[in-house]
Design a protein around this ligand. Structure first.
Ligand code: CTP
Ligand code: ZN
Length: 162
């Protein structure tokens, strides 16, 4: 039975519930989904809900949207613990844990200022390989620098909104 962890937020009829987001990162998840969301959609955000597994968690409910696989991969980078539930006719029809992609191209920036991917006028697309899931760590394919979860979250979601 899915509870709403003490705060009354209605069940949705059709759409997506992104659950088990690390506490405080809901707005970053929404920012990442920005272009996909479009305007006029009904969205519920719960920040710092109680969670048995995580202590605290955030939840995002988006009416009328079923995200694409690329979107889920990006969500995994800021919310590696998230579960994505697709809801149709009030029922959860798909429940999937997000999966940090084995390789990331072009979304992240290498932290090493002398890396070839940061040379001005050098059109080398940054590439990173997943080296750890928890905590999340990616390694630059070109210079070997490690990008940690905190830097990844900041690069993709901007500074902490809360
Ligand atoms: N949910 C919703 N609207 C629905 C169905 C589910 O908003 N029509 C929400 C629930 O409130 C919950 C999430 O979607 O936050 C997942 O629902 P469910 O699988 O029923 O809950 P749990 O079994 O608690 O999920 P998990 O095992 O992933 O924690
Ligand atoms: Zn590099």
């Amino acid at each position: 039975m899915g509870g709403d962890e003490g705060l009354v937020v209605r069940k949705i009829r059709h759409g997506t519930v992104i659950d088990h987001i690390p506490a405080g990162r809901a707005l970053r998840v929404l920012r990442l989904l920005g272009a996909t969301l479009g305007g006029g959609r009904r969205i519920a955000i719960v920040i710092n809900a109680e969670s048995r597994k995580l202590g605290r968690k955030d939840i995002v409910k988006i009416e009328g949207l079923e995200p694409r696989v690329e979107d889920l991969d990006r969500i995994a980078l800021v919310a590696p613990t998230a579960t994505v539930n697709i809801v149709r006719d009030y029922r959860v029809v798909v429940k999937r844990k997000v999966e940090p992609p084995a390789e990331v191209r072009g979304i992240l920036r290498c932290a090493n200022p002398t890396c070839i991917t940061r040379k001005p006028g050098e059109p080398v697309t940054p590439r990173f390989r997943l080296v750890s899931r928890d905590p999340l760590e990616y390694q630059c394919v070109y210079c070997g620098s490690i990008l940690g979860e905190r830097e990844i979250v900041e690069q993709l979601g901007g500074p902490a909104p809360l």
